[in-house]
Design a protein around this ligand. Sequence first.
Ligand SMILES: C=C(N)C(=O)O
Length: 121
Amino acid sequence: MKKIPEAVGPYSAFRKAGDFLYISGQIAINPENQKIEAITVEEQAKQVLENIKAILENNGLTTQNVIKTTVLLDNIADFGAVNEIYANYFVEPFPARSAFAVDKLPKNVLVEIEAIAYCGK
Ligand SMILES: C=C(N)C(=O)O
């Protein structure tokens, strides 16, 4: 099993319900030490997506099972930079997605991404 980040509040990193796996919003926590070490938005986006990938893999899934994501940004100016990293993790047909800039994110990170994966046939 791959290491995954611990929740930073009263929630589960993921929950399975029927044919769906719900992955809580991931922030750039290094699962080796539970610390946020990534500094730039590109580094943070990569760590976030590696964390999502690890959760998927621990559940026997890949990013191709992901049908919906939500991207939360501290600054909408980072939209393009995050898209470039994001595109390395998904292939067509891409998951449906929503993206927002929000006022502040937990632990003052720059990006948070949540995902829903379909585990059925
Ligand atoms: C980081 C989160 N997903 C949270 O606080 O809900």
